[in-house]
Write a protein that binds this ligand. Structure first.
Ligand SMILES: *[C@@H]1O[C@H](CO)[C@@H](O)[C@H](O)[C@H]1NC(C)=O
Ligand SMILES: *[C@@H]1O[C@H](CO)[C@@H](O)[C@H](O)[C@H]1NC(C)=O
Ligand SMILES: *[C@@H]1O[C@H](CO)[C@@H](O)[C@H](O)[C@H]1NC(C)=O
Ligand SMILES: *[C@@H]1O[C@H](CO)[C@@H](O)[C@H](O)[C@H]1NC(C)=O
Length: 929
């Protein structure tokens, strides 16, 4: 029985742990640079006595204040409007009702903005008992004498403070007397040097009413202060507020927003929902993590590990309030101190991203409306004939027989297996869509996925224990419960069986919020606390079960009420592991719905974006935010999914999309076509240039993915991560970086042929011609004709590239070349990670090559750090050196004079071609001035 989120306590906890730890949830922790988290647990417990002293001090101090409970008009109610914390979040209150809660009532003009009913300066809450040490930190009990105004208030809580690492403080608040539903993520990776360094944070506690303050120890800055408003903890309503150290806040996805969130009394709901991206809506994924840029280049992050419906209120003081409808408060604070370290500390907890197959970084083409295999074949052929790179051809649900997954239409797609073989022979890959909804209305005995699933009891049940039936594309459908190990085995069997007929190379898991076209189920939902919680966050549709399953639906681990936001993650995990077992190669999964950790198993695309300029522009912050969430393999549908594109928009989108880490052009059925070959010759040429540029940069992109997989670096990177002390970079989200060195400045406006691009301090070279710009940290007006996207290389870096080809299968055999961007002192450095592109765990099993390139003193040399892979027969075909001050007299390659080199005195670029230096041997190229 599932009657509220307190139920099934220990059982859940144990089965969760079993699910995550014993049932093949892949664990990080093998390999050289990673070690088991548990070994690192004995981190020093700093200043316990100081904290206790602080707690005692605060007890005394606040005892006086708490005698007085605020009444409107009282001096307890003098908070400035922008500093008010809402006391009527759950419903609208009259003055009388507000004052009955002990809150202040102060009407204001206008309906938006500060609340009318707000908490007085002191408000009764939990009282904290003494802190006592534990093996990993400290613990205390919190009690409240009088229950709060919320139904099923929980009067006794346990606080646990866990010192995870030097940069990560972990606090949990749970019901002290009974177990509640909790999310357990797989173990992360501890920092290896945590044991004898001093931690970056200091925590202080106020004991009555309970609250805590987290400071950055180095400068005393307050990172969190939860005493600004009361802590509330009831069965279906948890609330905690904190002040913020600055107004520069990013994260809390998935929403249609700039990289910096709007703090002007906005609310963000985290509730996975099938919803085309637009402002003020909860979208497909839930990421309860934010990062704050502090004033001086420091940054910190906060992660609330909670999978219930969450609403976050942002207000201008600046401050933030978390409200969750269940679970526990499980809070991680990451102290950085720089933004990239915050992300790394976060990924230590949720897991580092997977290494994608090399081919998945190529170009992908898809459309809903490739209605036959003949059409699909023709599309790929047209791409080929027009000389456009294409690695992966896709099909949407058109392929399926009566839209049922694990089948293909015998008439329209009868030769699908042959087509996939053809693609493979051409060095291409093939992917199709896989929805979780399993048709439940086929004649018994005719649709094994459902019949077999019923037998094996893999589907989500309704509140009375029958299979819950919703409605998706094929009509009535049942929904697999991926928290059940048996479901994952059944899912793998279904995929194996289908794969034996149609050898797909990856899977596209859509509609996995999960989406349903009926509210809750075909029979509606029962009237219960789970369906109608005391407070429903602002969700599209107004109800939690809108566009999805009943909240009272039962899954193996808990109610759907608790597990809803995890549906896509659990499906991605099941699909990833099935593909891995079946293909024995690196899996490719693309998911629409997401939750922290999904980057370990899957890429994400940003859903049903419209073909318009505004959506083009907002695709950048969307992509960058997923990078912060540990999902580097991400992109928006190039040229837009909904509505007709225009030629100009599609050119600009192909140019920007060439720099999404994941690049797929995907279109909806009724729209004008948008495959590159349908446009005029000039447009095609611009698109071809963009694609060839991307393909030439894939060795570099792949190397960036290696670094995100092994070190949690970001791939598509906001400027503030790389230049945290440059205030101009704080809000930039119309430009971004690949790694630390490639600056992408796309055109995002119709008709524009120039753009103002910010270049951080230093020398930047145009990737196209090596033209240097010496920036003092300033905006430059750059020409941006239709056939060009502005890309700049940062001084001091070397980019490994390869001649492009129509597939990565072909391009991976082409000669490499290097772009060397010399610093003012004439130095540069770069690296290359290389393996066969698709074997499992090549880094972990040491089956890879790793090369470093160093330029200085008029020469470049390679260093073979690791040579255990596929570089045999590959050569360095040439290089271009930016910033060579004067013409070289001659060029030597491995000591021998080179005939083919040019030098341009205007741009100071040295170009060397027609080399054939083996990449698997150390090489030297010198230019003599
Ligand atoms: C940590 O320990 C190592 C080796 O014992 C020592 O070299 C290092 O200085 C220590 N670091 C700090 C911050 O105490
Ligand atoms: C925390 O917030 C309270 C309430 O606004 C304020 O009185 C107090 O000074 C703050 N503490 C710190 C350390 O900033
Ligand atoms: C905040 O929003 C209100 C109305 O919603 C508007 O009048 C006000 O100018 C905004 N403030 C800022 C600083 O943007
Ligand atoms: C569960 O499904 C069964 C069978 O369809 C139905 O009879 C029953 O009313 C449903 N229960 C609820 C609570 O919706």
């Amino acid at each position: 029985m599932f009657t509220g989120s307190t139920v099934a306590a220990l059982l859940f906890a144990f089965s969760l742990l079993a699910f995550l730890y014993n049932n093949n949830w892949p664990r990080l922790g093998s390999g050289l640079v990673r070690s088991g988290r548990d070994e690192q647990r004995e981190i020093k417990a700093p200043e316990r006595s100081v904290n206790e002293a602080a707690a005692r001090r605060n007890t005394a101090g606040s005892a006086v204040r708490s005698e007085k409970v605020g009444i409107s008009g009282d001096r307890e109610c003098t908070a400035a409007p922008e500093a008010r914390f809402d006391c009527a979040r759950d419903r609208t209150l009259t003055r009388g009702e507000c004052e009955e809660r002990g809150c202040c009532y102060g009407p204001l003009s206008g309906s938006a903005g500060p609340p009318w009913c707000f908490y007085p300066r002191s408000y009764p809450g939990y009282t904290m008992g003494p802190l006592s040490p534990t093996t990993r930190g400290q613990t205390a009990t919190l009690t409240r004498k009088k229950p709060s105004y919320l139904p099923k208030d929980i009067s006794s809580l346990r606080l646990e403070v866990i010192e995870e690492t030097t940069g990560c403080l972990h606090l949990t608040l749970k019901d002290a007397s009974s177990q509640r539903y909790e999310v357990h993520l797989p173990g992360g990776i501890p920092e290896s040097s945590a044991d004898n360094q001093s931690v970056f944070y200091a925590a202080e506690y106020q004991s009555d009413p309970f609250g805590f303050i987290v400071r950055r120890r180095s400068n005393g800055r307050v990172i969190m202060n939860t005493t600004v408003a009361p802590l509330l903890f009831a069965d279906q309503y948890l609330q905690m507020s904190t002040s913020l150290a600055s107004s520069l806040v990013s994260g809390l996805g998935e929403h249609y927003t700039s990289i910096l969130l709007d703090l002007n009394w906005t609310s963000l709901t985290l509730w996975n929902r099938d919803m085309a991206p637009h402002a003020d809506a909860n979208l497909y994924g839930a990421h309860p993590f934010y990062i704050v840029q502090e004033e001086d280049g420091f940054a910190h992050g906060v992660f609330l590990l909670n999978s219930n419906a969450i609403e976050v209120m942002l207000q201008p003081t600046p401050a933030l309030t978390w409200v969750s409808t269940g679970g526990i408060l499980d809070l991680y604070v990451f102290l950085g101190p720089d933004p990239q370290s915050v992300i790394r500390q976060y990924l230590h907890i949720i897991g580092y991203p997977m290494m994608p197959p090399y081919w998945s970084l190529g170009f992908h083409l898809c459309r809903w409306g490739y209605t036959t295999s003949k059409t699909t074949r023709r599309v790929a052929q047209s791409m080929h004939d027009a000389n456009f790179p294409l690695d992966v051809q896709w099909n949407d649900l058109d392929y399926a027989n009566k839209r049922r997954v694990f089948t293909f239409d015998p008439w329209r797609f009868g030769d699908l297996p042959e087509i996939v073989d053809e693609f493979h022979q051409r060095g291409m890959k093939y992917i199709l869509i896989l929805d979780p909804g399993i048709s439940s209305s086929s004649l018994p005995g005719t649709y094994p996925p459902f019949d077999d699933g019923l037998k094996r009891d893999v589907f989500i049940k309704n509140a009375t224990g029958h299979v819950l039936i919703g409605k998706v594309w094929p009509g009535p459908t049942a929904f697999p419960d991926f928290t059940n190990p048996e479901t994952r085995t059944w899912w793998e069997d279904c995929i194996r069986d289908f794969h034996s007929k149609v050898p797909v190379d990856g899977l596209w898991i859509d509609m996995n919020e999960p989406a349903s076209f009926v509210q809750g189920s075909v029979e509606g939902c029962p009237d219960s606390d789970l369906e109608n919680p005391p407070y429903t966050p602002r969700v599209v549709g107004g109800r939690l079960n809108s566009g999805t399953l009943c909240m009272s639906a039962q899954q193996k681990l808990s109610s759907h009420y608790n597990l809803h936001n995890l549906y896509g993650l659990t499906e991605a995990y099941a699909t990833h592991s099935a593909l891995k077992n079946i293909r024995r190669k690196r899996p490719f999964v693309l998911s629409r719905s997401s939750y922290p950790s999904i980057g370990r198993f899957s890429g994400v695309w940003t859903g049903d974006v419209r073909s318009d300029w505004e959506q083009l522009r907002f695709s950048i912050p969307a992509v960058l935010q997923f990078g912060l969430f540990g999902v580097p393999l991400v992109g928006a549908d190039v040229c837009g999914f909904g509505g007709d594109t225009t030629e100009e928009l599609c050119i600009r989108w192909m140019q920007l999309g060439a720099f999404y880490p994941f690049m797929r052009n995907h279109n909806d059925k009724p729209n004008a076509p948008q495959e590159p070959y349908v446009f005029g010759q000039k447009a095609q040429a611009a698109m071809r240039t963009a694609l060839n540029l991307r393909y030439s940069l894939l060795p570099f992109l792949y190397t960036l993915f290696h670094h995100t997989h092994t070190s949690a670096d970001t791939v598509a990177r906001p400027l503030f991560i790389e230049f945290p002390t440059d205030p101009n970079c704080q809000s930039i989200d119309k430009q971004f970086l690949w790694g630390s060195l490639l600056l992408i400045s796309p055109v995002l406006e119709e008709g524009a042929v120039e753009l103002a691009a910010y270049l951080p301090r230093g020398t930047w070279y145009s990737l196209h011609d090596g033209q240097p710009f010496y920036s003092g940290g300033q905006y430059l007006l750059l020409p941006a004709p239709l056939d060009i996207i502005n890309i700049h290389v940062r001084e001091g870096h070397i980019i490994p590239q390869q001649e492009p080809a129509l597939t990565t299968t072909a391009s991976r055999r082409n000669p490499f070349f290097l772009t060397v961007a010399l610093s003012a002192g004439g130095w540069a450095r770069g690296d290359l990670f290389w393996d066969d592109g698709e074997s499992l765990d090549t880094f972990e099993t040491q089956n890879y090559c790793y090369l470093i390139f160093i330029a200085g003193q008029s020469q470049i040399v390679s260093e073979l750090v690791k040579l255990n892979g596929d570089l045999d027969g590959l050569v360095l075909g040439g290089l271009q050196v930016f910033g060579v001050p004067s013409p070289p007299r001659f060029v030597l390659a491995n000591g021998e004079k080179v005939g083919d080199f040019t030098y341009r005195t205007d741009t100071k670029v040295l170009t060397v071609t027609k080399l054939a230096l083996s990449m698997s041997e150390v090489f030297t190229v010198q230019w003599t001035l």
